[in-house]
Design a binder for this molecule. Structure first.
Ligand code: IPE
Ligand code: IPE
Ligand code: MG
Length: 249
């Protein structure tokens, strides 16, 4: 009689095999180096921005697969308006196009979209796309992807202070917890890991309040080349860190 062979269930270890530690709850990424990536190839900076924007899709999937719950992506800083107007216009157009083309798939994948930064200086059409995407995906729970666009950490703190004053908050009631509630995404946890591509070692006005105890990881890899194996390298580095939060452990 033939022996009945039980079907074997092969666990999908591919994504987590190199990162057995619990993943960071919140990863934030400074997506830098699009311009250098393009100039190394004799391409225009705008072609670099297109390649960089297209990379966002695979990186969202890679972090989601590894169980990261919150992913914040620095896409455009309050200082990036000072770039040549043609580059600013191209960046706005590319990002707007990508929001439109990707949102349905992100929604199907259970991704909740959020935005941090100023909306009032964006073209009305882009403002509308952002608000509609946030509204459409607001009940999703697999992972929150927060896009920092026209974001500056200093501007965020200034708007928080202004809103507190407008609400009549008394000086003695100002606390770290209250200030946090006035930030753009006050309900999100602080980033555990901040990744910066392209070798620069600075925050460039990114999450300066929330980054107080984040771990930093920088890599010379330029953003359009930052792939799934680079995600593993960053998470492996994080897994090896000892976080002390000022205590003796
Ligand atoms: C990051 O790439 C994208 C944005 C800042 C919008 P860069 O455009 O800063 O690329 P580099 O740093 O000049 O190579
Ligand atoms: C930081 O990169 C902003 C984003 C990645 C969106 P920049 O290229 O603007 O930063 P600096 O000028 O090198 O500090
Ligand atoms: Mg740069």
């Amino acid at each position: 009689m033939a022996t009945q062979v039980e079907p074997t269930i092969t666990p999908d270890l591919s994504a987590r095999s190199r990162t057995p530690e619990p993943p960071p709850l919140h990863v934030a990424v400074i997506m830098d180096g699009n311009g250098r990536w393009a100039s190394q190839r004799g391409m225009s900076r705008n072609e670099g921005h297109r390649a960089g924007t297209e990379n966002i899709r695979r990186i969202i999937q890679a972090f989601a697969k590894r169980g990261v719950q919150y992913l914040t992506l620095y896409a455009f800083s309050t200082e990036n308006w000072n770039r040549p107007s043609a580059e600013v216009q191209a960046l706005l157009a590319i990002v707007n196009e990508v929001i439109r083309s990707e949102v349905d798939e992100l929604h199907r994948g259970g991704i909740r979209l959020r935005h941090i930064g100023r909306l009032d200086r964006l073209p009305p059409e882009m403002r509308r796309s952002i608000c509609e995407s946030v509204e459409l995906t607001k009940h999703n729970s697999r992972m929150t992807v927060c896009v920092a666009f026209d974001y500056g950490g200093r501007a965020e703190i200034v708007q928080a202070v202004r809103s507190m004053i407008a609400d009549g908050v008394r000086a003695e009631d100002v606390s770290e917890d209250l200030l946090r509630q006035y930030m753009y995404a006050g309900e999100m946890p602080d980033p555990d890991l901040i990744i910066r591509t392209s070798g620069e070692q600075r925050l460039s006005n990114f999450l300066i309040w929330q980054a107080a105890y984040a771990e930093y990881y920088t890599t010379p890899v330029l953003w359009p080349d930052f792939d799934e194996s680079e995600v593993d390298n960053a998470l492996d580095a994080y897994a090896g860190r000892k976080r002390r939060f000022g205590e003796v452990r």
